[in-house]
Ligand binder design. Structure first.
Ligand SMILES: Cc1cc2nc3c(=O)[nH]c(=O)nc-3n(C[C@H](O)[C@H](O)[C@H](O)COP(=O)(O)OP(=O)(O)OC[C@H]3O[C@@H](n4cnc5c(N)ncnc54)[C@H](O)[C@@H]3O)c2cc1C
Length: 493
C-alpha cells in the first residue's frame, strides 16, 4: 500500500476490511472533485491494494439545512463536471440526487454492505462531522475519514488558536514539511484496477443515478422539495469554472491583490470561496498554480517564523497577501471548527468579548430591525442595503463590506446573541460560500473572535471593534458598487 499521511486519516470504526466484497466505496461529501483530493487518493490506494473496483458515490440530499435552488444548482453543476472528469478512468461514478425527503435513506449502508471498505471526507463543519460519525458506528465495513481541507492537516495543530498572529507563527514553523506533500493531481491516472461497469442493478432501481437531472441543468426538476425563493446566481459551479477563475486571477489580478483587495470597485479578489467551500477546487491546486506562476520553490521560504504577514513565503507582495487569506485566515477557521464543537456559539467568543457585549446588552439601539427587514434589505442605510442586495443577488458580499454588514447587524439588533443568529441565518441561507469554517470565522470576528479590545468603550459594542458606514464609504472605492446594488442614490443620504 502506498504510504499515506497518517495525520490526515481518522478511523471512524474498527470494523474489518472485507477483501472478498465487490468494491471499495468512496462516499464523496465535501471534497467534491476528481483531482487534488486526498480522500480519492486514499480510496484509489485501497482499490489497488485489494485489486477491487472503485465506486464513487456523490450524493445530494434535499433537506439539508438551508437547501435551496441556488445551492443545489451550484452543487449539481459540480457533479456534472465530475461525471465528465471521471469518464474514461477506471472508476464507476454514481451521482445520486434525492427526489423526495428520505429517498436516500439506506443507500450508503446498502453500498457499504457490498464494500471492502469505505472512505469519506473529513470536513469539520455544518452537519457533516456528526453525520459521518453516526454512519461510521453503524456500518458493517471499515470506514476512514480523510482530511483534504488545507495545507496543514487539521490534526497537526496542538491547540485552538485565538489569534491569526499566533496561528500564522505556528504555520510558519510547521508548514515547510507539508508543502511538498500535496495530493496527486489525478490519482486515477495510470492506475490498473478492475472496473465496475455499472451500479449494482437493485441499487440503481431503488436509488437511480441522477443522469437526467444533470443533463437538464441549469433547470431543476420542479418536484424537489426545497426553498425555491433563493434563486441560482449567474455563473456556474464546478471544477471547470473554478479553474478558469483561478487562471484569470493569477494572470490579471494577483499583482494588485495586496493594494486593491479592500476596494469593491477594483474587483481585485479571486471569487473562489464558493468553489473552495463545495470542494470543486482544492487549496492544494491553488497553491500549486500560484507557486508555478511565481516560479517559487521552498528555498524561497524565510527561516524565521516571526508571525508577520509579509516576507515569510518569499513571494511577490500580491502572492504573500493572497496566501495570508487563503492559508492563514482560511485554515484558522478549520482549526477552530475541528477543535471546538461550539464554534458557532456566542459563548465560544473570548472572555473579554463576552463580558463587554453582555455589559452593553441594555444599551438603547439607534435602530432595530427584524430578520425579515434585514433580509429584504430594508434598513435606513443605503450602503448596508447594497451589501445585502449583493448577497441576495449574487450569493456573496465583498469581504470589506461583509465586515460592515455584520457590525451593523450587531448595532441594530436587541442583543449580540440575536445578532449572531441573524448573521448565521442570512449568511448561510444566501451565501454560496456559507456553512463553512470561514463563515464562523467572519461572523464571530464581528463579535470579537480573533480580535483585541479597542478603545474608546462605546454603546452596544463596548470594546469590540466598531465600524461606521460613513467611514467605510470614505475609505474604500465603491461608487460603481453602489450603482450596481443600490441604483444611483447617494449612499450618505
Ligand atoms: C461577516 C462575515 C461573514 C463571512 N462569511 C464567509 C463565508 O460564509 N464563507 C467564506 O468563505 N468566507 C466568509 N467570510 C470571509 C471573506 O469575506 C470571504 O472568504 C471572501 O470575501 C471570499 O471572497 P474571495 O474568494 O474573492 O476572497 P479572496 O480575497 O480572493 O481570498 C482567497 C480565499 O481566502 C479565504 N479568505 C479570504 N478572506 C478571508 C477571511 N476574512 N477569513 C477567512 N478566509 C478568508 C477564502 O477561502 C477566499 O476564497 C466572511 C467574512 C465576514 C466578515
Amino acid at each position: 500500500m502506498n504510504p499515506f499521511p497518517s495525520e490526515r486519516l481518522t478511523a471512524l470504526n474498527q470494523a474489518p476490511i472485507n477483501p472478498g466484497a465487490d468494491f471499495v466505496l468512496y462516499w464523496m461529501i465535501a471534497f467534491r472533485r476528481a483531482r487534488w483530493n486526498f480522500s480519492l487518493q486514499r480510496a484509489v490506494d485501497w482499490a489497488c491494494e485489494l485489486g477491487k473496483p472503485l465506486l464513487v458515490l456523490e450524493a445530494l440530499s434535499c433537506d439539508y439545512p438551508w437547501a435551496s435552488e441556488r445551492l443545489h444548482t451550484f452543487i449539481l453543476e459540480g457533479m456534472k463536471n465530475n461525471g465528465s472528469d471521471f469518464r474514461g478512468l477506471p472508476v464507476c461514478y454514481f451521482p445520486f440526487v434525492e427526489g423526495s425527503r428520505g429517498q436516500g435513506k439506506g443507500l450508503v449502508r446498502e453500498l457499504a454492505s457490498r464494500s471492502c471498505m469505505v472512505v469519506t471526507d473529513d470536513y469539520p463543519c455544518f452537519f457533516l462531522p456528526q453525520m459521518i460519525r453516526s454512519v461510521g458506528k453503524e456500518l458493517p465495513a471499515r470506514m476512514e475519514a480523510i482530511d483534504s481541507n488545507g495545507l496543514l492537516p487539521m490534526a497537526m495543530a496542538n491547540r485552538v488558536f485565538q489569534t491569526a498572529y499566533s496561528f500564522r507563527r505556528y504555520l510558519q514553523q510547521q508548514l515547510p514539511r507539508f508543502l511538498d506533500r500535496l495530493p496527486k493531481e489525478n490519482p486515477l491516472r495510470g492506475v490498473e484496477i478492475p472496473r465496475l461497469k455499472e451500479i449494482p442493478v437493485e441499487i440503481g432501481a431503488k436509488w437511480p443515478a441522477a443522469d437526467t437531472i444533470l443533463d437538464g441543468l441549469p433547470g431543476l426538476p420542479g418536484n424537489l422539495p426545497f426553498e425555491r425563493a433563493v434563486k441560482p446566481v449567474k455563473g456556474t459551479g464546478g471544477r471547470e469554472e473554478a479553474e478558469k477563475r483561478l487562471a484569470d486571477f493569477l494572470k490579471n489580478t494577483l499583482g494588485r491583490y495586496h493594494l486593491d483587495r479592500n476596494h469593491p470597485d477594483a474587483k481585485a479578489t479571486s471569487n473562489l470561496s464558493a468553489y473552495l467551500h463545495f470542494g470543486h477546487l482544492s487549496v492544494h491546486q491553488i497553491f500549486a498554480g500560484l507557486t508555478k506562476f511565481e516560479r517559487w520553490s521552498p528555498e524561497n521560504l524565510s527561516a524565521k517564523a516571526s508571525g508577520k504577514r509579509e516576507g515569510w513565503w518569499g513571494m511577490s507582495p500580491g502572492g504573500e497577501a493572497f496566501l495570508d487569506q487563503l492559508v492563514t485566515w482560511r485554515e484558522l477557521g478549520f482549526n477552530m471548527c475541528s477543535g471546538r464543537a461550539d464554534y458557532d456559539r456566542f459563548d465560544s467568543l473570548p472572555d473579554w468579548a463576552v463580558e463587554t457585549l453582555r455589559a452593553r446588552e441594555k444599551d438603547p439601539r439607534p435602530y432595530l430591525y427584524s430578520l425579515e427587514e434585514f433580509e429584504a434589505a430594508r434598513t435606513h442605510d443605503p450602503l448596508w442595503n447594497a451589501a445585502q442586495n449583493q448577497l441576495l443577488l449574487e450569493g456573496q458580499i465583498h469581504n470589506y463590506l461583509r465586515m460592515l454588514w455584520g457590525k451593523k447587524i450587531l448595532e441594530w439588533t436587541p442583543s449580540a446573541r440575536e445578532a449572531l443568529q441573524i448573521m448565521i441565518e442570512l449568511n448561510n441561507k444566501y451565501a454560496l460560500d456559507g456553512r463553512d469554517p470561514n463563515s464562523y470565522t467572519g461572523i464571530l470576528w464581528v463579535l470579537g473572535r480573533y480580535d483585541r479590545p479597542f478603545g474608546p468603550r462605546r454603546p452596544i459594542f463596548g470594546t469590540v471593534r466598531y465600524m461606521s458606514s460613513r467611514n467605510t464609504a470614505r475609505k474604500i472605492k465603491l461608487a460603481g458598487y453602489m450603482r450596481s446594488y443600490y441604483g444611483n442614490r447617494d449612499m450618505r443620504s
